[in-house]
Design a protein around this ligand. Structure first.
Ligand code: 5GP
Length: 193
């Protein structure tokens, strides 16, 4: 998606540890017009896949998911990172290793919001090693729902998450794929969908 690639080139900052900061427009300060265009693009790619729910993970995925949900006319549900009590066994849980913080955390999602009848589009801001996505896919498997697609704003193509998900057969659309980056330059690969 040209618009997103241009913004990354204009305002993205490469930080030590292969971290790309895009907090000016995507995951801290939010450019709502850009997010709306991102939602329209995800809708173009996944509109024929029978999606009836969008799933994401807090916090950065929520704005992207909400703006995309406007185009689909479906609800958003997000996995929570805060530990929820699971006294009655009423939540799905999974453990995720955080790339940016270098530690494990638990995600939870109330069972009542995901069922075998659901065809889910999973969205997130970044895909790197695929650990966050693995947690969300684990929750979907526990719920017995169908993962109809995965939409990512920025895939770091030099890390293995994207290749693994494609090899596993998921319909994965990344709107910008960064193939290489350092302090002075950033190179994109053409997205496939
Ligand atoms: P993964 O689990 O695929 O290794 O990493 C994806 C998660 O880590 C995303 O939810 C995102 O929040 C965070 N993340 C991974 N790489 C980056 C990065 O380069 N920049 C930012 N801002 N977040 C990242």
């Amino acid at each position: 998606m040209k618009l997103l690639e241009e913004r990354i080139l204009q305002q993205g900052q490469v930080r030590p540890g292969n971290v790309l900061k895009v907090d000016c427009f995507l995951n801290h300060q939010l450019d709502v017009e850009l997010l709306d265009a991102i939602g329209a693009e995800f809708h173009r790619i996944f509109k024929d896949d029978g999606i009836n729910k969008i799933l994401t993970i807090e916090a950065s995925g929520i704005a992207i998911a909400c703006m995309t949900a406007r185009h689909f006319g479906v609800p958003v549900v997000f996995a929570k990172k805060a530990k929820s009590r699971n006294i009655d066994g009423d939540v799905f849980t999974s453990t995720v290793h955080s790339y940016t913080y270098g530690r494990d955390y638990e995600i939870t999602l109330a069972k009542k919001f995901l069922s075998p009848a659901d065809r889910v589009l999973i969205l997130d801001d970044f895909l790197a090693n695929g650990k966050a996505m693995k947690g969300l896919l684990d929750v979907c498997q526990q719920a017995g729902c169908t993962v109809a697609g995965i939409g990512i704003c920025i895939e770091k193509g030099f890390q293995p998450g994207g290749a693994e998900l494609r090899a596993a057969g998921y319909k994965l659309a990344s709107l910008a794929i960064v193939d290489a980056m350092d302090d002075t330059s950033l190179r994109f690969r053409a997205p496939e969908l």
